[in-house]
Design a protein. Sequence first.
Length: 142
Amino acid sequence: MSTSGPGKKPAIQITQSDFDKLSLLAESATHVSEAVLDELTAELDRARIVPDNKLRDNIVRMGSHLRYSTNGEGRDVTLVFPGEADIAEGRISILTPIGTALIGLSEGQSIEWVARDGRSHRLTVESVGAATETQKAEPQAS
């Protein structure tokens, strides 16, 4: 398992199309915490950008179905754009602290993330399934 120590983030990869859409979203989003936008921008800045058809299937991208664990509890979710988010259905917006933490991680990687209440958590990606058509959808700022 690939992990990072406290304060050090794991290497991440993002597709060119996700990078383009998320960059636009970060610039145009309203009604979103500045801290979340700053974190998304930081993740985009440190990501290795790869052609859409070159990203391995085990890496979280927009629309990925994945399982992660935090505090000993596993959760199955799909990473989506804000207009598609529905926590009751397990659709996590990229414009949330956990959504921003998940993008670009691969199976087995762990990352520290800070919840809106200021508490720090560590999550580990257990598995990543195929991405849905959401990755082709246009992002909608919220």
